[in-house]
Design a protein around this ligand. Structure first.
Ligand SMILES: Nc1nc2c(ncn2[C@@H]2O[C@H](COP(=O)(O)OP(=O)(O)OP(=O)(O)O)[C@@H](O)[C@H]2O)c(=O)[nH]1
Ligand SMILES: [Mg+2]
Length: 202
């Protein structure tokens, strides 16, 4: 088995007792946070990287409401699958609660190596994505961009157009457009393999 579910954090009040220095529940493997809007494919990507269906995937946005930590055994890393943002049906209060929960986690996890910011290959980054990226960079979290559902870009010209558009948008955000991977969890394409190798080496 390549992966293992370690723990679920349902509430921010659990965070101080779980995280001690670089350790989470006594484990020292560096953490990689999966950040992105609801339904962008965070849980699917995690499963594709682990080669196992551990995280729950759903067509219904807002499925992952808790923080789930998964051990990636070969790479000796821990994925933190975070609740997605931009869940349309959530109330303002719910959205604030989510933002606060995620923020407390990101600020308290001293073993956080970086965040994988997942963006939809077909559109964006959206305003909410920009806000999330700005927030992460603002608190000093290292960011790696992963464009998901690359299989949905059917033609060569569509792929080229989107890559150009996305690179320009990332440049405007002060990010390195080269630090981006285009992947499909569905077809498990070459991009997924490149991302997996990159994360396992780092
Ligand atoms: N075509 C295609 N669909 C995908 C891909 N990855 C995920 N999906 C679909 O997108 C939907 C959402 O996937 P999830 O992995 O649950 O998304 P999530 O970001 O974890 O969503 P939340 O937990 O709600 O934040 C599901 O219907 C998946 O089957 C992909 O690479 N290609
Ligand atoms: Mg999810």
């Amino acid at each position: 088995m390549a992966g293992e579910h370690l723990l679920t954090i349902g509430d921010e009040s659990q965070i101080p007792q779980l995280f001690k220095g670089r350790f989470v529940s006594g484990r020292a493997e560096p953490r990689l946070a999966m950040v992105g809007r609801s339904n962008v494919g965070k849980s699917s990507l995690l499963n594709a990287l682990l080669g196992q269906r551990l995280a729950q995937v759903s067509e219904e946005p807002g499925k992952t409401r808790k923080i789930h930590l998964y051990l990636w055994k070969e790479a000796k890393k821990i994925f933190a699958d975070l609740p997605g943002y931009g869940f349309a049906r959530a109330s303002q209060v719910d959205r604030q609660k989510w933002a606060q929960f995620i923020e407390i986690y990101l600020k308290n996890d001293e073993g956080l190596e970086g965040a994988l910011v997942l963006l939809d290959s077909r559109h964006g980054p959206t305003d909410l994505d920009r806000e999330a990226i700005g927030f992460l960079l603002g608190i000093g979290v290292k960011v790696l961009f992963v464009f998901t559902k690359a299989d949905a870009l059917k033609t060569q010209s569509e792929r080229a157009r989107r890559k150009k558009e996305a690179a320009e948008a990332l440049k405007l955000l002060g990010a390195d457009p080269e630090a981006a991977f285009w992947v499909s969890a569905k077809t498990r394409d070459l991009g997924l393999k490149r991302l997996s190798d990159f994360l396992a080496q780092g």
